[in-house]
Design a protein around this ligand. Structure first.
Ligand code: PLP
Length: 430
């Protein structure tokens, strides 16, 4: 057991002032036990905690650090922007450059509005879809997480699922009534939902590749089926690409699977680690957004100069270095192949889902394709595995219902190190 006395002391202090001592629930480590580690700094593939320990980072701020931590390109861009003032409350050239880049790369986006988080992006996208269609209901998939907007805290994934509150108290019955549910990867169920609510469904929203019940890929024909269904019923199809946008491909999952939604939400990745989000879509729909149209949506810090500078630096770099995508996918595949071999050798009931540089090791022998199968996992086994990895300097996502994200800073040597740690961790599972 390594000494984490500083982290422990800070956590005790934090609990006096912050609910649960953290500003986002999964960070509290409740699903895996023990005290959370307070991080001091990070560089490349590594995190360093307040007690000075080094960890190989497998979550990368839940996705955005595609190039690894404190990449010089991003650091320089933020420093330069800071010297010009961190905020104006007036439009800036960088916001236009960001919008041009998103419109050029994300197939569904003709107009885009910047916001400050993924939550704001999904809330706003749904409001616009409702304004555009004049309908109230939305359909979301069980186990998908779209941030903490009231409409989405129904059978929600991520931390809501981890803490056993996928339906949060505080969401009014009226709001909950307007959110209909369907299992992920089940076209028949969603067709039924649409038929039962004919002419009332404004939008279908989903993570095209789910990250928030762990990584779950869409089955062949699923996204195409949703596209056709939305076309038949004039429903706005929204892909929440907060995790997948610019990660699975420059144009996100919609580029990878060749299915173009009507609207797209983006988040953390386009800020290169700074707080940001965006929603966009067809011009005809986005023209409903104020000040062109009647749907109101605004933000004091939206399009923040530091976030734009960081995001543009990273996205432009990725544009100029497409080999980064090949590298992170190759590293992830190599890790997943190694883990798959280990599971077999150790005789552990586990299965792995991978799409590009996202993956989850699920402690279940079921093939995980939806919320129901995701819930068959052994969370206790995961917690034991997590702690055994942490003790060996590997920082995994502290919940079974999350994806892990590989950065460009991870190389073959580190993959070997992670696999070596994993072999020992699996051996502790008995
Ligand atoms: N949508 C998806 C798919 C996400 O993964 C998340 C966060 O992880 C969100 C929305 C919410 O984003 P934020 O935490 O920035 O509000």
């Amino acid at each position: 057991m390594h000494d984490i006395s500083r982290s422990t002391a800070i956590f005790e202090r934090a609990k006096q002032y912050i609910p649960g001592g953290v500003n986002s629930p999964v960070r509290a480590f409740r699903a895996v036990g023990g005290n959370p580690l307070f991080m001091q700094r990070a560089k490349g593939a590594y995190l360093y905690d307040e007690d000075g320990h080094e960890y190989v980072d497998m979550i990368n701020s839940w996705g955005p650090m595609i190039l690894g931590h404190a990449h010089p390109i991003v650091e320089e861009a933020v420093k330069a922007a800071l010297a010009y003032s961190p905020s104006f409350g007036a439009p800036t050239l960088r916001e236009v450059e960001m919008a041009e880049l998103i419109c050029a790369l994300v197939p569904s986006v003709e107009r885009v509005r910047m916001v400050n988080s993924g939550t704001e992006a999904t809330m706003s996208a749904v409001r616009v879809a409702r304004g555009y269609t004049g309908r109230d209901k939305i359909i979301k998939m069980e186990g998908c997480y779209h941030g903490h907007g009231d409409s989405f805290l129904i059978a929600a994934g991520s931390g809501a699922l981890t803490f056993g509150t996928p339906d949060s108290p505080g969401v009014t019955k009226g709001t909950a009534r307007d959110t209909l549910l369907a299992p992920f990867n089940d076209l028949e169920a969603i067709e039924e939902r649409v038929e039962e609510n004919k002419g009332q469904v404004a939008a279908i929203i989903l993570e095209p590749v789910v990250g928030n019940m762990g990584c779950v890929a869409p089955q062949a024909g699923y996204l195409q089926g949703l596209r056709a269904l939305c076309d038949r019923h004039n429903i706005v199809l929204i892909f929440d690409e907060v995790m997948t946008g610019f990660r699975l491909a420059p144009g996100g999952a919609q580029e990878l699977y060749g299915v173009t939604p009507d609207m797209t939400t983006l988040g953390k990745i386009i800020g290169g680690g700074l707080p940001v989000g965006a929603y966009g879509g067809r011009k005809e729909i986005m023209d409903f957004v104020s000040p062109v149209g009647p749907v109101y949506q605004a933000g004091t810090l939206s399009g923040n100069p530091l976030a734009m500078a960081a995001g543009l630096a990273m996205l432009n770099y990725l544009q100029g270095h497409p080999e980064v995508y090949q590298h992170i996918e190759r590293m992830t595949t190599s890790l997943v192949q190694g883990l798959t071999r280990q599971i077999k050798e150790a005789g552990v009931k586990a299965t792995i889902n991978q799409v590009g540089s996202m993956f989850t090791l699920f402690f279940t022998d079921k093939h995980v394709i939806d919320f129901e199968t995701a819930r068959t996992v052994d969370t206790q086994k995961f917690a034991t595995y997590f702690q055994a990895m942490l003790q060996q300097g590997i920082y995994l996502a502290p919940s079974q219902y999350e994806a892990m994200f590989i950065s460009a800073a991870i190389d073959e040597k580190l993959i070997s190190r992670i696999l070596e740690a994993s072999r020992r961790a699996l051996a502790t599972l008995g």
